[in-house]
Write a protein that binds this ligand. Sequence first.
Ligand code: PRE
Length: 358
Amino acid sequence: MELEELRKKIDQIDARLVELINERAEVVVEVGKFKRRSGSVPVYAPDRETQVLSKICELNKGPLPDKTLVAVWRELMSGSFFIERPLRISFLGPEGSYSHQASMKKFGQSVDYLPLADIRGVFDEVARGQCDFGMVPVENSSGGGVVETLDAFLETRIMICAEMEMPIHHNLLAKCRLEEIEKIYSKPEVFAQCRNWITENHFEGKIITEASTARAAELAAQSDNCAAIGSSLAGRIYGLNVLYEKIEDKPDNVTRFLIISSRDTPKTGDDKTAIVFTTPHKPGALFDVLGVFDKYDINLTRIESRPNKTRNWEYHFFADINGHKTDENIIKALEKLHDRTIQVQILGSFPRYTGETD
Ligand SMILES: O=C(O)C(=O)C[C@]1(C(=O)O)C=C[C@@H](O)C=C1
């Protein structure tokens, strides 16, 4: 078939797609009315999104990969927010940070974003109702837990309603050429994650630490011979070229993010529950708690401790367990935990992140 004819065919299909997409949007208008009437159903429904996206992937017979369809449907659902009630999402800024990139991936182009100076600020704005949701990093595959996030859960009453993982690819960003670079700005953790590349390229003497990769990009943009290491989004925002991409030592460098809100998410059947508990200071206290998970056949996917800031050498334990807080075995296990801990608090149940199609 001639190119002209093929393009005509694409035009006809596009016209049908536009109609279908708007037919879907008309139903979303009704969903919005229903939610406003009920007053209690949230606009962002992570449990429903998981259902929608897995159905789309099940239906997909190619040739497009699932991730393309997931990206299209994420934008459709972003448009749904716009129709139902415009959402405001805060994240650890400035613009161009990896948290910004994660927020865009999750919530798309049709919501408002508010970059904030620190993680605690993200919690506070959600608690005050100034933002509907917040995006915070909680752990990195090589750097471990993000202590600001864990501590903020201890000091606020904020819940987790969803989680996501995002591969973190570091890029060398600059306006100049590689040979002209005199200084490189980035965060200390990022330099640590790119150590091999920095050594191989003899950049050790040129590194300057900054509070965020986005701030690093901003500084590099103000100079003719400075570079930054950061996200490709930061490169786009601050007008820098990507001189080298994926310079991280470990190609599978991943950060797990949490979407925080004033409430958690109904059961999907493949969920996680995050809790925090404090054990008494006696031999076997933690062992006793872990025994409860074993007894009720609960899989612990993560455990991490943070110092109790009022009494030295006492700790809070953050744990993620598979299952929803409404599951019978989790209800029973949490009851038992009340007897074996000083305090136990549920931080939220949410759909388990299952990869690319999420
Ligand atoms: O089903 C809903 O509750 C909707 O608001 C619709 C919809 C969608 O577009 O499919 C949009 C946003 C939600 O997060 C989940 C699903």
